[in-house]
Structure formats: structure tokens, C-alpha cells
Design a protein around this ligand. Structure first.
Ligand code: G1P
Ligand code: ZN
Length: 544
């Protein structure tokens, strides 16, 4: 089939951020937009000709169209083979696993993660490298540079590939293999977790679970693994059919957006264990009966109990958390005598540590938890990890967390998001606080004395690369802190994130209400930044 060279020109705003290129579907539908980005990826990748790539997405609107476009362009660019999940479906962690298992050159993930989908929703694309993880900044920078200079893309004419039929086919000279999206991932989970024990737990009389796939990509994975392989009764997985618009929902597993699961877990029909995942299956929320586990605590609990799970029985090499994530896991690392790394927000910073064998578990406060089994965070993995721990310990979710707090103390923690703030206003709020940082130590605000304030910077211990400006931090004398940063993943206006954390060593006070306990920090944040007054908001859009 003949390669067509299509003239094109640079389109503004194709800078891939921490999570790849993420824009409104309507932007991606502009002729040349997707093509420019994909061609820029191919142009920035020496060695892509003759290679094997993995391709799939979370099934959101435009997923199928994008896959056909990318396949034609891959064929025109001389790619030897593309593995595609049936129906165009691959969760982000499953794609990461496939790159690794099949020794692929890399892969393209089609998703806007937890952002809403549909014709008016978001779409996204990112490139993952041969270790299975997101492209490092050097490569995303090269891709971006290429989008600024691009003048042609390559494609071929050809009929659409039938994505529904498993097996091998060809497109021009390129092989296309449609694979089951779940198989390899499920085998990986079987190697890590004690499926027999989890099966026995799920068979215990009266023990029930509820997994909310939020009409996103984990539906097929959860049906296959939790129900078919582990024996959870049909109906344990809810909203299990991926839909192009996620059923109109916002597929982000937090107490606000996963309200169906939350009302169930707090109602008369509460199950013993509840969980949800996001659009592309890399995030997780863990819920007990009338009890929500914060992601920071979840990471700490997994670390503290890791040796109960076959895949981690030998112990952890180290742990890592993003800077805004609470310090709960630090306390576990200290007891275990293993290193704990504090990285900037975004999963890619964990990749180097995992590749270098410096850490085994990592996580973020934004409901991302993972390990060295892949190079992405992994929602269903976290669910299975929890089920394995519950099966071994025979305690409830709440008992496990409360016992953890008694042993290690509790990092009381909350994140307040102000979404859709005027971008200029949001940037000014951050700029003003940044400018004031050197004047803060010693000042007393809302009854709290400021000990130290900085803009978080990180030097990668593996490659020495430096990332600056990763979030404003204000530390107080009592060990509490606030963090303010601008989101890098929103697509409308700006999202300001305010993170509040206070350590409470006294087990007897563990009943206290989180938001009430953090009120002084909230007051301090307002005095220091004028966030609410200046953004015109009297409350956050989302509290997690
Ligand atoms: C958000 C989360 C961050 C996560 C990223 C991608 O980024 O806060 O932890 O890695 O999504 O899932 P943000 O919008 O804060 O830049
Ligand atoms: Zn995601």
C-alpha cells in the first residue's frame, strides 16, 4: 500500500504535560490535530521503524476513531507490528504490562484518565517507553519541539481494521494483532497475589464486595478477575460495561464522583469491601463499611502489610510518594528501616526509582498506588492487594486502618480542589505566595507558627535531573503543613489544589472529624494566599 505524505502545519498547544496530551474531544477532532501529535511521536523516536508497539485506550468517545488513524500512520511510518486490545480497550496498567511482557518498543495510551468523556468531554494520548512507563521529560520535550515544526504526516489508505476480532491481520506491510485485553494482566495478578486465599475470603458466608468500574475500562478486568476467577458473585462488579461517555459520569474514584459506591457503602446494603477505579484503570479508591480509606493511608497500609502478599513476601526495597501525599508511609518506612523517596507529583518520577531497584511500592494522594510490577499506577492491583491483606488478617478494612493509626500515629489529611478558576487569577495567587515564601518563617498565622516555607524541587537520585517549582510548601512548628500547587491535568481554566496535613500521634483522638481537625490550616492557607477571596469561591469544588 502506498504511503501518503499529507502536508500539515503546527497547531498551537500540543505540549504534552505530565499525563500526555489531554484536550477536549472537539480539539482532537480538528483535522490534523491527532495526526500532528502522532507523527511528532514517531519523528521523535529513533528506531520506531521495524518495531513493535502496543495500542489501546479506555474506550472513551473517539477511542475507536483514533485507533484506526494511528494504525494507518504506524503502517506508513514503517512500524512492524502493533498489538491492539480487543475493541480498542486496554487499561493503562495492562498496556504497561504488555509492553514489558512482549518486549515492545513502546506504546500509545488513549485516555484522559479520570476526566469525563463523550463528544463534549476530554480525550488524551500519551506515549509510553520500553520500560512500560510514561515517556520521560526529555522525550516529551522532543515530541513537543517536533509539533512546533511539523510540516507533513505519513499515512496510508486502507479499510478500517475489525477491532472486535481476536487474531493477526495486516495493514499494508504492518502486522496487527488483536489481543484479549485482560489475559496477560490477569496472569500477572495471579503471580503477585494469593488467589486461593482471596477466593476463600470471597466464599466466606456473608462476606461481600462491591467494585464500581464507573462504566470505564476496568469493567472487563473486574468481571474476569474478581467474578470469573476469584468467584465473587455476579453483581459484585457494578457499572461494568465501558461506555464512550462513561454513562455521563465523571470516572474519578473519589467520594464526590463515585457517589453510587459511597452511598451504597454508607447505606443499609453496605458490603464488607468496596472499591472503584477511574477512566483508564490506574486509580483506586478503597472503602470499608461506612469507612473511606484515604489514598495516603492506603499506601501506608499496603507498605506495612506487604510481606503478607506473595509478590512482596521478600520485603520492600523502598517506598516512594509524591510530595503532596501525606507522610503516613514515611512512618512505615522508618519502622521497616527502608528508604522513602519524596518525588514531584506525577507517576513518571517513580519510574527511575523502580527501574533502578530503589523502591518497590509507590503512591500518590490522588488515588494512585502501584509497584514495580508495571510502570504505571494500578487500580485493580491495589484492590487485589487489599483483598489479599483482608484474607490473611481476617479483620475489616476499618479495623486494619484504625490499628495502623494506633501503631504509627495518624496523618490527618485532606485535599481541597478549586476547579475551573480563571487561569490568570490562579497563576497570580500562586506567584504571590511564591514571592512571599522567604518572608514567612517565624510568622504566626491562625495561631500556627511558620517554621519553614519553600517551593519544592527534586533532584532525581538516579539520573541527577532537576525539577523545580513543584509546589509551594509551608511547614508549621507543630509538624503540620500546607501545600499549594496548580494542577497540570485540568482542561478548563485552572485547578488550584490545596493540601492540608497534620500529624496526630494520640490514638485516643482518632475519632476527630478530619475537616474540623484541619480547620486552622485552612484558615492559615486563606490568610497566606487569599485563595478563596481572590478566586471568588467560598468553598472547594471537590474535597478528598
Ligand atoms: C493529578 C494528580 C497527580 C496525578 C495526575 C495524573 O495531577 O494530582 O497526583 O499523577 O493527576 O493522574 P494534577 O492535576 O494535580 O497535576
Ligand atoms: Zn487514570
Amino acid at each position: 500500500m502506498q504511503v501518503q505524505t499529507v502536508p500539515t502545519q503546527p497547531i498551537e498547544g500540543q505540549l504534552p504535560g505530565t499525563s500526555g496530551l489531554r484536550k477536549k474531544v472537539t480539539v482532537f477532532q480538528v483535522s490534523g490535530y491527532l495526526e500532528n501529535f502522532v507523527q511528532s511521536v514517531f519523528d521523535a523516536l529513533p528506531g520506531v521503524a521495524g518495531s513493535t508497539l502496543v495500542l489501546g485506550g479506555d474506550g472513551r468517545f473517539f477511542n475507536d476513531v483514533a485507533i484506526q488513524t494511528i494504525l494507518r500512520m504506524a503502517a506508513a511510518n514503517g512500524v512492524a507490528k502493533v498489538l491492539v486490545g480487543r475493541g480498542g480497550i486496554l487499561s493503562t496498567p495492562a498496556l504497561s504490562d504488555l509492553i514489558r511482557q512482549r518486549g515492545a518498543f513502546g506504546g500509545l495510551v488513549l485516555s484522559a484518565s479520570h476526566n469525563p468523556g463523550g463528544p463534549d468531554g476530554d480525550f488524551g494520548i500519551k506515549y509510553n517507553i520500553g520500560n512500560g512507563g510514561p515517556a520521560p521529560e526529555k522525550l516529551t520535550g522532543a515530541i513537543h519541539q517536533r509539533t512546533l515544526a511539523i510540516d507533513r504526516y505519513l499515512t496510508i489508505a486502507g479499510a478500517d481494521i475489525d477491532l472486535g476480532r481476536l487474531g493477526a491481520t495486516t495493514l499494508g506491510a504492518m502486522q496487527v494483532e488483536i489481543i484479549d485485553p485482560v489475559d496477560s494482566y490477569a496472569r500477572l495478578m495471579q503471580r503477585l497475589f494469593d488467589f486461593d486465599r482471596i477466593r476463600a475470603l470471597l466464599a466466606r458466608p456473608g462476606f461481600r464486595i462491591c467494585f464500581d468500574a464507573m462504566h470505564a475500562v476496568t469493567g472487563p478486568y473486574a468481571h474476569a478477575i474478581l467474578e470469573a476467577q476469584l468467584g465473587a458473585p455476579a453483581g459484585s462488579v457494578i457499572n461494568g460495561v465501558p461506555l464512550p461517555d462513561f454513562g455521563g459520569g465523571h470516572p474519578d474514584p473519589n467520594p464526590t464522583y463515585a457517589d453510587e459506591l459511597i452511598s451504597r457503602m454508607f447505606g443499609a446494603d453496605a458490603t464488607d469491601f468496596g472499591a472503584a477505579s477511574d477512566g483508564d484503570g490506574d486509580r483506586n479508591m478503597i472503602v470499608g463499611r461506612k469507612f473511606i480509606v484515604t489514598p495516603s493511608d492506603s499506601l501506608a497500609v499496603l507498605a506495612a502489610n506487604a510481606t503478607l502478599v506473595p509478590g512482596y513476601a521478600a520485603g520492600l526495597k523502598g517506598v516512594a510518594r509524591s510530595m503532596p501525599t501525606s507522610g503516613a508511609v514515611d512512618r512505615v518506612a522508618e519502622v521497616l528501616g527502608i528508604p522513602c523517596y519524596e518525588t514531584p507529583t506525577g507517576w513518571k518520577f517513580f519510574g527511575n526509582l523502580l527501574d533502578a531497584g530503589m523502591c518497590t511500592l509507590c503512591g500518590e494522594e490522588s488515588a494512585g498506588t502501584g509497584s514495580d510490577h508495571v510502570r504505571e499506577k494500578d487500580g485493580l492491583w491495589a484492590v487485589l492487594f487489599w483483598l489479599n491483606i483482608l484474607a490473611v488478617r481476617g479483620a475489616s478494612v476499618e479495623q486494619i486502618v484504625r490499628e495502623h493509626w494506633r501503631r504509627y500515629g495518624r496523618n490527618i489529611y485532606s485535599r481541597h480542589d478549586y476547579e475551573g478558576v480563571d487561569a490568570a487569577v490562579a497563576q497570580q495567587i500562586v506567584a504571590d505566595l511564591r514571592a512571599a515564601l522567604p518572608t514567612l518563617p517565624g510568622r504566626v498565622v491562625a495561631g500556627l507558627t511558620i517554621r519553614r516555607a519553600d517551593d519544592f524541587g527534586y533532584t532525581d537520585p538516579v539520573d541527577g535531573s532537576v525539577s523545580r517549582g513543584q509546589g509551594l510548601r509551608v511547614f508549621f512548628d507543630d509538624g503540620s503543613r500546607i501545600v499549594l500547587r496548580l494542577s497540570g491535568t485540568g482542561t478548563e481554566g485552572a485547578t488550584l489544589r490545596l493540601y492540608l496535613e497534620r500529624f496526630e500521634p494520640d490514638a485516643a483522638r482518632h475519632g476527630i472529624d478530619t475537616q474540623a481537625a484541619l480547620q486552622p490550616l485552612l484558615d492559615a492557607a486563606e490568610i497566606l494566599s487569599g485563595l478563596r477571596a481572590r478566586s471568588g469561591r467560598d468553598r472547594p469544588t471537590v474535597i478528598t
